[in-house]
Structures are given as structure tokens and as C-alpha cells.
Design a protein around this ligand. Structure first.
Ligand code: GDP
Length: 610
């Protein structure tokens, strides 16, 4: 049993999510007081996945809040994941649940909720992760007078009434937008019920206003509401955020150690594309504190590290490691086979999303976490999946997806989330007629698939229209025989259902000698006339005095004659078959009412269709 104690809290792990350009990088940058964002533009990127804020740094940064500040910082610090966006959030996972303790959802106060904001909300909900909202870019409110790094409430109090009004209006708009997503939200300092209301923290990543408020709220919320989850346990909890090739080190993995220890030389087990990977930690690395100084070695080596932190692991054989995988350490008492099975279970569990019928779309994503999120979404959207893979799309994936061309054309589709499709694979898909959709927002993939599916269904309807037979029962208007045979022209009433042009019509006769039932197909209705006007469809009760219909038989059929094959007292039926019923089921469900289906059942009996 792992040791737990309330006095030994670990740092909460915090992720930043939100729509592009809302200021996620800039916010992280501002709390770090470095210049990553401008650095990134120059091609320099952060290399280890997280930034650690020790408690004293938080105390200093929040001093400006005065009495509003948390009484005591009990957590040792805050570990903020550096790569903003849903990749890192979805990969911070263990057995399908999130390792992110609290998230910051960044919303641009000038833009409100945008597509990726909605996607982030869905991810946060799926993983049941608590979050706060940074309503960023308050400095862009017209006439805002900045007081750098100030507490938000103080800054707001010092603005002109017009600025305060605009702020209030935008907050209200945001609240409405959140309400549309089924979320209650309120300004954090008015929030009396954190379980029910999401807190909105106005911030500016440019002026630093509101950032002390945000840090304070993160600390307050985590230590007051989730100390159980933050009790340090010696049991290892570690997840792979990224797999990266680094010059001089080969393929390395950036991991977040959430609980427990890692040591140089540890035997580790991770989930790989081609099966479990067992290897030995060669080095545990974190970046040099001041990399700008161009110190020769980029990294600091550690003999061992304790949670919570982000660390780079250099080890052999990591080429096929999957981001989002759990990392386990194989100790002297552990059974290596058990651990292998356990790390692979993350991938094998996802396999269970595959539809048993073998029908469905092909799904491919960059990481285990992203794949998991996409599959979850497809499941709730009731889109079946026939196969999955992780990583860039190659020809072999297209080949696998192409099985669906024969089985179910509408599923001959590859939904690729946040992955590259290599040139050859693209060409092959084009040649075979497989549709490949790529996007980095799950919603977009879904929308494009739904659109495509609608187009395919419409085409199928058009193709199948000639073999669709809608049910109806007709009676002749007494004396209304205008032409006895080929083409038969008679006046009829629609007694049940609806008659359409193109419907084949038959009568049922009993053979007077054998007593057997015979079905006489008269031909297809080629025109319907009501009050001298030609119409395509006539429904039960629509034709007061009846309609005149023309029935023509196909060249290969023997023409049927009034008085011999049918007479005035007969009932006329749509000539349905097993196949025509299937066509209705497949493509014309929306055109059929409950009564229509009941009539089909009746006609099946009358005409002896199995
Ligand atoms: P990300 O895509 O969410 O990481 O957004 P960035 O941090 O890269 O910011 C996008 C743009 O918005 C950049 O030009 C930033 O300088 C700008 N920006 C970010 N935060 C603020 C803010 O608080 N105020 C203003 N005026 N601009 C901001």
C-alpha cells in the first residue's frame, strides 16, 4: 500500500487549453516572465513539457492581492504544462482518466467562445477535469488604462465607467455563451459555489493584470478542494507527453512524473506501436536554468527525480513509443510480463471501440490520448469505427481502410486527427476512392464526415429511387375504365398509403381450378392525372373524385386486360418485394410514416412476401 499523508502534498498539475490565438503561450510566458512566445517565433521552442512554480514564487506573485490572497500556500508549488492545447491535455492520462488536476481554459474576451473553446470544454467534461476560465486580453477593452501586474479588481475599480460598462457587457455575453454549453459561470470573486459555477478570471497576458488573481485561484482551488488527490504517494504515476528525436540523444520521451520517483538505470516499460517497449533509463534530463547563456550542455542530468515534474528520458529503443502511454518501472519484485500487458492495455482497450460488425470508418490520430478523445466523440455521435492506428498515415493504413469500399461505401473514409498523410498514401487513397479527412479539431472532422455521408446517402437515394416501392392500396372508381389494355387507363381512389409515379401495381387472384393464389402484375404507373393536371404523387384522401392513372407494362411482360386479368371490384396493390422493402429501409426511412410501415406488413401478408 502506497504511503499517503495530508502533510505531504505534491504539486498540482495544470494545463492550458483554448482556441488558437487567445493568448495561451503569452499567458504562460507572462507567468514565467520569460519570452518564450517571441522566442518561438524565432524558432526556439521549449523542450521539456512543464514549468514548475515553487510556493515562494507564487507567494511573491500574489502579494499584490493583499487580504484577498490565499492564507497559506500548502502545496509545494504548481506544475504548469508548457505545451498549450489539447495534445498535452489528452496525453496527460492514465487508464482513461486525466492526470491534469486543474485546467485553465483561455477565452479571448473580445471574441467569446470559439470552435476550439467548445472542443476544450468537451474534453474537460469527458475527463471530468475541474477548470477555471482566463478571460484574456482585457487590455483591449476600449480605453483600458493598464496598471502592470496589478490585481484585477483594483485595476477595474480604477477604470472609467465606460470601460467598466464594456467589461460588464462582455462578461455577460460570455456567461450566456457558456450557458448555451450547459455551464454556469461567474466572475471568480463573486463565486460562492465552486462546484456549480465555473470561475471567470479576467487577465491580460500583456500587462500582467489578473495574473496574480489567477495563480491565487489555482492554488486556492487545488489545495482546498482536491487535497485528497494531491497527497503524495510513493506509487509511480507517470505518463509520456511527447516522443522526440534530439540530436546526440536519439529518440527521447518527455514525461510528466505525477507521483513517485524515477532513477537513472531504472528498467521502464511503455506502450509502443509494435508492442511493449522495455528499456533502461540512460539519463534523466531537465533544461539548464538559463539556456540563453548557451551553456554547452543543454541539459542538467539527475540521478533521480521526485514527483511532480516534467523530465526528459533518454533511453535506447524508444523509436516506437507512443505519446499518451503510461510509463511503468519494473522493480526487482515485478513481473515484467504483467507490466508489459498493463501498458499495452491502453491500446488494446481502444481496440474495443471497433465495431464488431466490421463496418465503420478508419480512425487515425497522433497520440494515444488524441485517439482516445476522438473515439469517445465518435462513440457518442454513433459513428462506427472499423480500424484505428496511431501516427502518420501510410499506404498500409489506406489498404486496410479500403476494405470498406466493398462492404459499406459510406464508411470508406479515414478520419485523421492531427496527423500527416504521406504523399504515397494520399495518392493511393485518391486512386481507390477512399476519402481522407484531416483536421486538428475533432468537431471539424465530424462535420466533414457528416457532410460527406449526407452526400453519399443522397446519391444512393437517387440511384435506388427506381427500385423503391412505396405501399398503397387502390380501388377502381366504378365504371372508370378508359383503356382496357396496354396501356391500361383507369380511374382510381387511393384507399391506403400514397401512389407515386413509377409504382408497380398488381392484383391478387384465386385460381378457380386449383384454388392457388396468383399475383397478376399489371405494370408500372407512368402517369397520374387529377383534374386534368399531371401529378407525381397522390395520397390517401387527396383525390376526392379519383385520379386517372396510366399503367404500362414492360416489354418482357404479357399485357394484362380488363375483364380477364382484373376487374372493377379488385383491390390494386403496390407490388412490393423483399428487395424493395430493403431499399426503403436503407435509403427512404425519412419518407415513410408509421402507417406506411404498417401497410408494408399488411401487403407482405397479402402478397406472400417473406
Ligand atoms: P495562443 O495561440 O493561444 O498560444 O496565443 P498567443 O499567446 O500566441 O497569442 C496570440 C496573439 O495574441 C499574440 O499576438 C499575442 O501577443 C496576443 N495576445 C496574447 N495575450 C494578449 C493580451 O492579453 N492582450 C493583448 N492585447 N494581446 C494578447
Amino acid at each position: 500500500m502506497a504511503a499517503r499523508s495530508k502533510d505531504d502534498l505534491r504539486s498540482p498539475i495544470c494545463c492550458i487549453l483554448g482556441h488558437v490565438d487567445t493568448g495561451k503561450t503569452k499567458l504562460l510566458d507572462k507567468i514565467r516572465q520569460t519570452n518564450v512566445q517571441e522566442g518561438e517565433a524565432g524558432g526556439i521552442t521549449q523542450q521539456i513539457g512543464a514549468t514548475y512554480f515553487p510556493a515562494d514564487a507564487i507567494v511573491k506573485k500574489t502579494a499584490v492581492l493583499g487580504p484577498d490572497r490565499a492564507e497559506e500556500v500548502k502545496v509545494p508549488g504548481l506544475l504548469v504544462i508548457d505545451t498549450p492545447g489539447h495534445e498535452s491535455f489528452t496525453n496527460l492520462r492514465t487508464r482513461g482518466s486525466s492526470l491534469c488536476n486543474i485546467a485553465i481554459l483561455v477565452v479571448d474576451i473580445m471574441h467569446g467562445l470559439e470552435p476550439q473553446t467548445l472542443e476544450s470544454i468537451r474534453l474537460l467534461r469527458d475527463r471530468k477535469t475541474p477548470f477555471i476560465v482566463a478571460l484574456n486580453k482585457i487590455d483591449r477593452l476600449f480605453d483600458w488604462k493598464a496598471i502592470p501586474d496589478n490585481s484585477f479588481q483594483d485595476s477595474l475599480a480604477k477604470q472609467k465607467p465606460s470601460v467598466q460598462d464594456e467589461f460588464q457587457r462582455r462578461v455577460e455575453q460570455t456567461q450566456v455563451a457558456f450557458a448555451e454549453q450547459g455551464l454556469n459561470s461567474t466572475l471568480y470573486y463573486k463565486n460562492k459555489n465552486f462546484a456549480k459555477y465555473v470561475s471567470l478570471v479576467p487577465t491580460s497576458a500583456h500587462t500582467g493584470e489578473g495574473i496574480p488573481d489567477m495563480l491565487n485561484l489555482l492554488v486556492n482551488l487545488t489545495q482546498s478542494r482536491m487535497s485528497d488527490k494531491l497527497m503524495y504517494i510513493t506509487e509511480l504515476e507517470c505518463t509520456v507527453l511527447e516522443v522526440k528525436v534530439i540530436e546526440g540523444l536519439g529518440t527521447t520521451i518527455d514525461v510528466v512524473l505525477v507521483n513517485g520517483w524515477l532513477h537513472e538505470g531504472d528498467k521502464i516499460v511503455v506502450c509502443g506501436l509494435n508492442g511493449p517497449i522495455v528499456t533502461q533509463v540512460r539519463a534523466l534530463l531537465t533544461p539548464q536554468p538559463m539556456r540563453e547563456l548557451r551553456i554547452k550542455s543543454q541539459y542538467v542530468h539527475h540521478k533521480s527525480v521526485k514527483a511532480a515534474l516534467g523530465v526528459k528520458i533518454s533511453a535506447p529503443d524508444l523509436e516506437k513509443a507512443i505519446a499518451g502511454s503510461r510509463l511503468l518501472v519494473c522493480g526487482p519484485d515485478d513481473d515484467e510480463e504483467d507490466l508489459k500487458e498493463e501498458v499495452m492495455s491502453d491500446l488494446t482497450n481502444l481496440m474495443s471501440s471497433i465495431d464488431r460488425s466490421g463496418h465503420g470508418v478508419w480512425v487515425q490520430a497522433s497520440t494515444l490520448g488524441a485517439l482516445e478523445a476522438l473515439l469517445e466523440f465518435l462513440k457518442t455521435s454513433k459513428i462506427p469505427v472499423s480500424g484505428i492506428n496511431i501516427g502518420p498515415v501510410h499506404r498500409k493504413d489506406v489498404v486496410k481502410a479500403s476494405v470498406m469500399l466493398e462492404k459499406a461505401r459510406e464508411y470508406a473514409v479515414m478520419l485523421c486527427f492531427d496527423v500527416k498523410v504521406d504523399k504515397e498514401a494520399e495518392e493511393m487513397a485518391e486512386e481507390l476512392g477512399i476519402r481522407v479527412f484531416t483536421a486538428d479539431i475533432i468537431y471539424h472532422l465530424f462535420d466533414r464526415y457528416v457532410e460527406y455521408n449526407a452526400a453519399i446517402t443522397e446519391q444512393k437515394r437517387k440511384d435506388q429511387a427506381p427500385s423503391a416501392v412505396f405501399p398503397c392500396v387502390l380501388k377502381m372508381v366504378p365504371g372508370a375504365i378508359f383503356n382496357k389494355k396496354d396501356p391500361i387507363i383507369i380511374g382510381v381512389d387511393v384507399v391506403e398509403g400514397a401512389l407515386r409515379v413509377g409504382t408497380p401495381i398488381c392484383v391478387v387472384k384465386t385460381n378457380s381450378e386449383t384454388g392457388a393464389r396468383e399475383i397478376n402484375t399489371l405494370g408500372k404507373v407512368t402517369s397520374i392525372e387529377m383534374n386534368h393536371k399531371s401529378i407525381d404523387i397522390v395520397k390517401k384522401g387527396q383525390a376526392g373524385g379519383g385520379v386517372a392513372i396510366k399503367i404500362e407494362c414492360a416489354v418482357y411482360e404479357t399485357p394484362k386486360t380488363y375483364g380477364r386479368h382484373f376487374e372493377e371490384t379488385d383491390e390494386f396493390y403496390s407490388k412490393i418485394t423483399r428487395q424493395s422493402i430493403d431499399v426503403l429501409k436503407q435509403s427512404f426511412r425519412n419518407d415513410m410514416s408509421k402507417e406506411d410501415w404498417a401497410l408494408i406488413v399488411k401487403l407482405k401478408k397479402t402478397l406472400g412476401v417473406d
